[in-house]
Write a protein that binds this ligand. Structure first.
Ligand SMILES: [Zn+2]
Length: 315
């Protein structure tokens, strides 16, 4: 009986290892562009953490087909992703890529840029600066997390800098909206023809927001700006595509709660570990990986809230 069980266990583990090795060695992200509006497509990532199974594909990227080629929004987490994305674009549109915009300098959004080196790649000045100064470190860190999927990936500094503006490409008017708060520089892209808003990581939906470079007050201010836009389709940086403002509302509610919980903990003189034990409100229970992201956010943000409570005393 014992022998049978251990054989069964061994066989199970071997099968599991084989399945994992298969997924890893093919390094196929299985990218399937989904049409979300006329000429607008999204490649949906999983609402998970970075793992060796998902290869870093936890991010939404997208593209817009114009009369003069394709505009790409974010290039994904690795060289392989960028290459597979470009192949998927060619398959589904038959059009060349004309322009790339990067929303911000987080590794899952820009490390696929090597696949687009022959195309103008543009970002806000702050994003360009972050990629220049931290791109290699972000690349190494993601390699540690997802392994061989990253082979051959290098951080490419975008050649073009864009500002808050409206550009016309192949008959489509694209509003480039310069915001911040998730990082120091967050670009949102609004396609006026289809009223599709690519919000980058200013909006997360049913996947917990990440905060390693966040300024919550600025972020909330940016969400107000996005809310004022008359969009029909909302593409969050992570999570499903929406036809309403639910992603903006959810991100705003969570960030508001997060800031309030940290402020309260600091005022009550809690240490970091005590602050981490704050109960998550039931309304956020369905948000993927929220407990882990909340704990990470406490580590990122709590020291500042502690300083904030100390400031009046020291003045
Ligand atoms: Zn991000």
């Amino acid at each position: 009986m014992i022998r049978f069980n251990s054989w069964g266990l061994a066989l199970g583990l071997m099968l599991l290892a084989a399945v994992r090795a298969g997924a890893e060695t093919s390094f196929d992200y299985g990218l399937e562009p989904q049409a979300v509006a006329d000429g607008v497509h999204v490649l949906l990532g999983r609402t998970e953490h970075f793992t060796r199974e998902n290869g870093g594909n936890i991010v939404n990227t997208g593209f817009i087909v114009t009369d003069d080629g394709v505009v790409v929004i974010d290039t994904g987490p690795s060289r392989r992703y960028g290459e597979q994305m470009r192949a998927a674009i060619a398959r589904s549109t038959g059009q060349p890529v004309r322009q790339v915009y990067l929303t911000h300098a987080h590794p899952d959004h820009f490390l696929g840029s090597q696949a687009f080196v022959d195309v103008p790649v543009a970002a806000l000045a702050g994003t360009r600066h972050s990629i220049r100064t931290r791109g290699d470190a972000l690349n190494s860190n993601l390699y540690r997390l997802v392994g061989g999927w990253m082979a051959g990936t290098e951080a490419v500094v975008p050649a073009q800098v864009v500002e808050d503006s409206t550009v016309m490409i192949g008959g489509r008017s694209l509003r480039l909206i310069a915001l911040n708060g998730h990082t120091t520089s967050d670009l949102a892209v609004f396609d006026e023809q289809s009223a599709t808003l690519f919000a980058g990581d200013l909006v997360f939906f049913d996947r917990a927001a990440t905060t390693p470079d966040a300024d919550i007050d600025q972020w909330l201010h940016s969400l107000e700006r996005l809310r004022a836009i008359d969009f029909k389709v909302l593409v969050p940086g992570h999570g499903p595509v929406l036809r309403d403002a639910a992603g903006i509302e959810q991100t705003r509610a969570y960030l508001g709660w997060l800031a309030g919980a940290l402020r309260k903990a600091a005022r009550n003189g809690m240490d970091l570990n005590e602050a981490m034990r704050a109960p998550l409100p039931p309304e956020f229970a369905k948000i993927a990986v929220i407990k882990e992201e909340f704990e990470r956010s406490v580590i990122h943000l709590y020291p500042e809230y502690e300083l904030e409570t100390l400031a009046p005393v020291s003045r």
